[in-house]
Design a protein around this ligand. Structure first.
Ligand code: ACK
Length: 218
């Protein structure tokens, strides 16, 4: 019936509490503001602008579309593989509405997306579908061999015309590469370059973000 078909959400995930949204958003903006002024970044600026320009304002380059969250299961209103099973999982039901403390350990930027990597605890991994990383193996060879939970992230912004689903794919792709070249010690942490406009900042101090496990219907 129509009711059954629409009773599953677009996705389940952890939604950052509003005060935390501001904190994380500001940290991301600080990072972008500094990144686009670094000589190391300017050297590779064509990754972002093509040949035409030699400057980019990363704060303007990315747009934020959704409330900050970490998707656990994309259900597509029940049409995605495993959506019904996920919704029925006792751990999912028991955790629904609970607040968790997420650890944001890394910020990453590509010409398509900017995001934060979330390092999940054992407890949080119980809400993470085991086959998530395998699903992207075709597009991103090697992603299936990454540890479960590797895709966990918060989309902080997307370039014009880019969908948020790209952020997790960009993260997985970076994680399949050999460790990037260390380019700079920033106040927030150490910055590495992975080629093709891919940058990763390991935070000196992980950001602790309170987030409610819930779902989004849209
Ligand atoms: O930034 P995200 O994790 O990427 O959060 C949004 C959310 O669902 C609503 O758009 C994510 N999303 C969209 N399509 C997919 C998909 N096919 N697989 C996994 N996550 C998806 C998107």
């Amino acid at each position: 019936s129509l009711l059954e078909e629409t009773s599953l959400p677009l996705y389940f995930g952890w939604f950052l509490l509003s005060s935390v949204q501001v904190k994380v958003g500001c940290t991301a903006m600080d990072f972008l503001k500094t990144l686009d002024t670094l000589e190391a970044f300017k050297k590779h600026i064509a990754d972002f602008t093509g040949q035409a320009e030699n400057e980019v304002d990363l704060e303007q380059y990315f747009e934020t579309k959704e409330t900050l969250h970490c998707t656990t299961k994309f259900c597509n209103y029940g049409k995605a593989d495993g959506a019904k099973e996920y919704a029925k999982n006792p751990v999912v039901k028991k955790s629904y509405g609970s607040v968790f403390s997420l650890s944001l350990t890394t910020l990453f930027v590509t010409p398509r997306t900017v995001g934060a990597r979330v390092s999940l605890t054992e407890e949080q991994l119980q809400l993470w579908p085991a086959d998530t990383e395998k699903e992207s193996e075709e597009g991103i060879p090697g992603s299936a061999s990454l540890p479960v939970g590797s895709r966990a992230h918060i989309t902080l912004g997307c370039a014009a015309g880019v969908e948020p689903v790209q952020t997790g794919l960009d993260l997985l792709q970076i994680l399949t590469l050999p460790e990037g070249e260390a380019v700079e010690e920033m106040e927030l942490g150490s910055l590495r370059y992975y080629g093709e406009g891919r940058w990763m900042l390991s935070l000196r101090e992980p950001i602790c973000a309170a987030a409610c496990f819930s779902s989004f219907y849209g």
